[in-house]
Ligand binder design. Structure first.
Ligand SMILES: [Zn+2]
Ligand SMILES: [Zn+2]
Length: 126
């Protein structure tokens, strides 16, 4: 599988119990994975381990628009995260997967974690 943004090769990275995989670009470290795994990755610190790329490179490549799904070739749609509107990613309309630029997934999981922490602090006040 080739990276839809920079056209370099993507490698399969396993995580969790071993049956979960993401495809990660060996050059820009963008990641492509199944939509069902998004919620799982969002709520785990593992997102940061997997998201090994530079956020700076990710931000540059975030400007690359109109990419095709690396699996089926369909033009991907830009969608934003329901909880965090500033995070945009690409999603295949036929459901193959979603593509995140380097740094975006960490951003997503970190903010989620910070929200949890804020919840704890607020929760202790009354
Ligand atoms: Zn790439
Ligand atoms: Zn597709």
């Amino acid at each position: 599988m080739d990276c839809p943004k920079c056209e370099n090769e993507m490698e399969v990275v396993r995580y969790g119990a071993g049956d979960r995989v993401v495809n990660r670009c060996t050059s820009c470290h963008g990641m492509f994975f199944k939509p069902v795994d998004l919620k799982r990755l969002k709520n785990t610190y593992k997102a940061e381990i997997l998201d090994a790329g530079s956020a700076k490179v990710g931000r540059e490549l975030n400007k690359v628009e109109n990419i095709d799904c690396p699996e089926c070739g369909t033009r991907m749609e830009k969608v934003h995260d329901d909880d965090q509107n500033h995070i945009w990613y690409e999603s295949c309309p036929t459901g193959c997967g979603v593509y995140f630029d380097a740094g975006e997934l960490s951003d997503l999981s970190q903010d989620t974690f910070m929200d949890v922490v804020k919840g704890w602090i607020v929760g202790k006040r009354d």
